[in-house]
Design a binder for this molecule. Structure first.
Ligand code: ADP
Length: 360
C-alpha cells in the first residue's frame, strides 16, 4: 500500500500516518476539496469510476513497470479541476506499492524546496506536483536533470568557495498535474514519457459516483435521484460530491432518508443549479456576453474584467464546460454565445441574418 507524505505548504515534507488507509492523510487545504471526507477518494483503479481508456492504459504501464521491477515512467495528467488527477496519482502509487509525496507548483518556491522533496524520495517513490505549470522557471529547470538523469545539483560551501555538487537521486516517478498542457513549456512537457488527459465524465458515471458518495455518507439515493444530481454536476466528480452532500442536507431536513428525483430537483434548485447544470456564474458569463457584448465575439480579458473573475478561473473552469455543452463557441475573434445559450436564457433567438449568424 502506498504511504503518503504531504507538503505542509512551507515546502517541508512531513511523514503522514500511513497504514491502513493511505489516502486518509492527504489534505488539500487550498480548495473546497479540503472539506471533503478523504474516504470519498477512490483508492484503487477498480473503485475509480469512468476514464475507462485512461485506466486501461495506465494499468498496462503499471503492470509493465512492475514486471521489470522498475519505477513507473514520469506521468503528466491534464484536465479541468476536480476530474480526479490527484486521486489517480495516489492510485498509481498504491498500485505500484510505493509512497507518494504530495506538493504543488506554488509551494515549491525555490530550488532548495525541490531538492528537499527529491532527496527525501526512496527508490520507486512517486512525487506528485499539482499545478506543475506554476513552478517557478528556475525550479522547473532543476527538475529537468532530476527527471532525465536522476541527479540534482546541490549548492555546497559559501561565499567565494560556493559551488554545486551533483547528487544522485533514488529512481522515482514524477506525476505532474496541470489544467491545460498548453500552460507547460515544451522542455518540461517533453520530459514526461506518459502524457494523458482526463475527460469530463458521462452522466451515467456521475450518477454512479453520486450513488457511491451517498452510500459512504451513510445515506442513499434512488437511481433517478442520483441521475439528476449526476446530470447537473458539470461532468466533474468533485462537483458531484459537493452537490450530493448539500442535497443530502435538504433531503435529511425534509425528514427523508433517500434522495429521489424530487428531492434532487428541490435541493439543486435551492442551490441555484439549473436543469442544464449551469450555476450562477455560468449564467452570468452568458448573460454578460449577450447583454454587454451583443452575443460576442468577446476576448477573454474583456470578459474577465467585466465579470471581476480571474481569467484563469474563466478559462479553466467555466469556459471548457460551456464550450463542451454547446453554450459557447470559440472563434478567432473571441468567445461567442450559441443559439442554445440564447434559448436557455429565455432570450429571443433570431431567425436569420445579423445575430442569426450565431453558431448552432
Ligand atoms: P483534481 O486533482 O483533478 O482536481 P481530485 O483527484 O482532487 O481532482 O478529485 C476530486 C474529488 O472527486 C476526489 O476527492 C474524489 O472524491 C472524487 N473523484 C475524482 N475522480 C473520481 C472517480 N473517477 N471516481 C469517483 N470519485 C472521484
Amino acid at each position: 500500500m502506498a504511504r503518503v507524505r504531504h507538503d505542509d505548504g512551507a515546502g517541508r515534507s512531513k511523514a503522514a500516518a500511513a497504514e491502513p488507509s493511505p489516502v486518509r492523510s492527504v489534505v488539500r487545504a487550498s480548495e473546497e476539496g479540503a472539506a471533503e471526507e478523504p474516504s470519498l477518494r477512490p483508492r484503487t483503479m477498480d473503485e475509480y469510476i469512468g476514464q475507462t481508456a485512461l485506466k486501461r492504459k495506465l494499468r498496462v504501464f503499471v503492470d509493465a513497470a512492475k514486471q521489470r521491477s522498475e519505477p513507473l515512467d514520469h506521468v503528466l495528467l491534464h484536465g479541468p479541476p476536480g476530474l480526479g488527477k490527484t486521486t489517480m496519482a495516489q492510485i498509481l502509487a498504491n498500485e505500484m506499492g510505493v509512497r507518494i509525496h504530495i506538493t504543488s507548483g506554488p509551494a515549491v518556491e525555490h530550488k532548495g524546496v525541490l531538492a528537499g522533496h527529491l532527496t527525501a524520495l526512496e527508490s520507486g517513490d512517486v512525487l506528485f506536483i499539482d499545478e506543475i505549470h506554476r513552478l517557478p522557471p528556475i525550479v522547473e529547470e532543476s527538475l529537468y536533470s532530476a527527471m532525465e538523469d536522476g541527479r540534482i545539483d546541490l549548492p555546497v560551501g559559501e561565499g567565494t568557495r560556493a559551488r554545486t555538487m551533483p547528487f544522485a537521486l533514488a529512481p522515482f516517478t514524477l506525476v505532474g498535474a496541470t489544467t491545460r498542457t498548453a500552460l507547460l513549456g515544451a522542455p518540461l512537457r517533453e520530459r514526461f514519457q506518459i502524457v494523458e488527459g482526463l475527460e469530463y465524465y458521462a452522466d451515467s458515471e456521475l450518477a454512479a459516483i453520486v450513488q457511491r458518495t451517498a452510500r459512504i455518507l451513510g445515506f442513499s439515493a434512488t437511481d433517478a435521484g442520483a441521475a439528476e444530481i449526476g446530470r447537473r454536476s458539470r461532468g466533474t466528480p468533485r462537483i458531484a460530491n459537493r452537490l450530493t452532500r448539500r442535497v443530502r442536507d435538504f433531503t435529511q431536513v425534509r425528514g427523508r432518508d433517500a434522495i429521489d428525483r424530487a428531492d434532487a430537483e428541490y435541493g439543486l434548485g435551492e442551490l441555484g443549479i439549473d436543469p442544464e447544470g449551469l450555476d450562477a456564474i455560468d449564467r452570468r458569463v452568458l448573460v454578460a456576453i449577450v447583454d454587454l457584448f451583443d452575443g460576442g465575439p468577446v476576448g477573454i480579458d474583456a470578459l474577465a474584467a467585466t465579470l471581476s473573475e480571474p481569467r484563469d478561473t474563466l478559462e479553466d473552469v467555466y469556459e471548457p464546460f460551456l464550450l463542451q455543452r454547446g453554450f459557447l463557441v470559440r472563434t478567432p475573434r473571441g468567445r461567442q454565445v450559441t443559439r442554445k445559450a440564447l434559448a436557455h436564457l429565455g432570450r429571443e433567438v433570431p431567425p436569420g441574418g445579423g445575430q442569426g449568424e450565431l453558431p448552432l
